[in-house]
Design a protein around this ligand. Structure first.
Ligand code: GLU
Length: 486
């Protein structure tokens, strides 16, 4: 297989039809999500249509659960498609019809090769260390010579001379010598259509004009082109996208991000951040890193997709997510955080706290938390003090911070706070600073025990924000719980 660069091609279609065609053997993994995104963006950018086809022909490996997870993942990423998802399995009759058509036109033949004969060919190829290229005698032998009641497959009569050429928008001109491509099976002996036949017939019947998918399908593109030509159908335009690798350049492993999109949702990423991140894994627009979906729709084209594999980088994803968290409205963050509670550890007790009335305080905590959260999990963890109930449990460091002297200081401070004129972060900060100065204490000596009493921890959002969020009554009560009684 030779690959050469070619000039940039221009599409002959004005309104493209693209599709995402996952096999439902697992969750919507990150590579599939990026393929879906590229197709969705292409349709949006060109005023085209984005379709969804579930490639559910492998009955043993498919599950309803996986189909549900793929659909959920796409919905969460907000990649909407037109119409109902198409089930490839349910279209088996059309696939068979196409095979019959090829047979009738002399572009396919019934092959009676037995399993033993095929095993022999395989063994010979192995012994000679040659790639297995099936040469069936039935290609040129009339079926009438076949023994009665022998099972047969239907094979494509693929051209043996010349080349099959893919003018790929990403990979360039890719040339496959036809001598290397054997006569692929279209229908198995049990009448079940093969994958390549099903894809061609479905893409044709769905009116697909552009196929954007992983580069692992490049050889299939050559085989599919031969089927298209046999059927006399237009070949769609191809864009085969490089795979996603780990940060070390090796195949993407679980540890390095090869997860389902639902795992990213549970890790607290926002869909707009993941979209921005995924599109940059392979596609670029100058040096732009933060690109809104509206801008992506304006700029996206397959010609901007690079040929070398992209490397997954969690730190970049986090930085983008932090940006989108800061940019999101408080209400949206509240909703999204509440939405993922069932998926995270400790989420149950937080949901209970919200049901008991912590919602207004959680809402109030979001503006200061979102400035310092990389993920929704950071946001939720940062709000732990909101969900805690009195008496606040102190962690080890907080317990150390509230020593005897601190308990007396808190009692003094409490008296002062009870007469606070205004209960907002700025006024409280001014009061506490004045208190520290007047009593000859460093601000830290006041703020740290105060923080410990209010949150049970020595790390929290700014303590005056915490007091404002908790409100006067709750703050006073929490401080009183740890203040010395005189
Ligand atoms: N079902 C194939 C996959 O999940 C995609 C086939 C295609 O896009 O043509 O890899």
């Amino acid at each position: 297989m030779a690959r050469e660069m070619t000039e940039k091609q221009t599409s002959v279609y004005t309104a493209p039809i693209v599709r995402f065609a996952p096999s439902p053997t697992g969750f919507l993994h990150i590579g599939g999500a990026r393929t879906a995104l590229f197709n969705w963006l292409y349709a949006k950018a060109k005023g085209g249509t984005f379709l969804l086809r579930i490639e559910d022909t492998d009955r043993a490996r498919n599950s309803e659960e996986a189909i549900g997870a793929i659909i959920d993942g796409l919905k969460w990423l907000e990649l909407d498609w037109t119409g109902e998802p198409v089930s490839q399995f349910s279209r088996a009759h059309s696939h068979k019809e196409a095979a019959e058509e090829l047979l009738a036109a002399g572009h396919a033949y019934r092959c009676f090769l037995t399993k033993e004969e095929l095993d022999d060919m395989r063994a010979r190829a192995e012994a000679e260390r040659l790639p297995l290229t099936i040469r069936s005698p039935w290609r040129d032998r009339p079926a009438s010579e076949a023994p009665d009641h022998m099972p047969f497959t239907i094979r494509l009569k693929a051209p043996r001379e010349g080349e099959t050429v893919i003018e790929d928008h990403v990979q360039g001109r890719v040339v496959f010598p036809n001598k290397d491509l054997d006569d692929l099976i279209l229908l198995r002996s049990d009448g079940v259509p093969t994958y390549n036949l099903a894809v061609v017939v479905d893409d044709h019947d769905m009116g697909v004009t552009h196929v954007i998918r992983g580069v692992d399908h490049l050889t299939n593109a050559a085989r599919q082109t031969q089927i298209y030509k046999g059927l006399g159908w237009n070949v769609p335009e191809f864009s085969h996208v490089p795979l996603i690798h780990g940060p070390d350049g090796a195949k993407l492993s679980k540890r390095h991000g090869a997860l389902g999109v639902e795992a990213y949702r549970a890790m607290g990423y926002l869909p707009e951040a993941l979209r921005n991140y995924l599109v940059r894994l392979g596609w670029s627009h100058g040096d732009d890193e933060i690109i809104s979906t509206a801008q992506l729709i304006e700029w996206f084209d397959v010609d901007g997709i690079g040929k070398s594999p992209a490397r997954f980088d969690f730190a970049k994803l986090e930085a983008l997510n932090a940006h989108y968290i800061r940019a999101a409205s408080d209400e949206e963050l509240f909703d999204r955080a509440v939405h993922i509670l069932p998926e995270i550890s400790g989420g149950d007790s937080i949901a209970k706290a919200l049901a008991r009335g912590a919602s207004p305080r959680f809402r109030a905590a979001i503006p200061s938390l979102k400035e310092r959260s990389k993920t929704l999990i950071d946001l939720i963890n940062g709000a732990a003090y909101v969900f805690a109930s009195r008496p606040i449990e102190l962690d080890d460091k907080a317990a150390k911070a509230i020593d005897e002297e601190a308990r007396h200081m808190l009692a003094e401070l409490l008296a002062r706070l009870k007469s606070a004129k205004a209960w907002d972060a700025a006024a409280l900060e001014a009061d506490v600073r004045t208190f520290a100065e007047e009593t000859g204490r460093k601000l830290g000596k006041v703020a740290q025990p105060l923080r410990a009493a209010l949150t049970g921890s020595t790390v929290s959002p700014p303590v005056f924000d915490v007091m404002a969020v908790l409100g006067e009554e709750e703050s006073i009560a929490r401080i009183a719980d740890h203040a010395a009684h005189s």
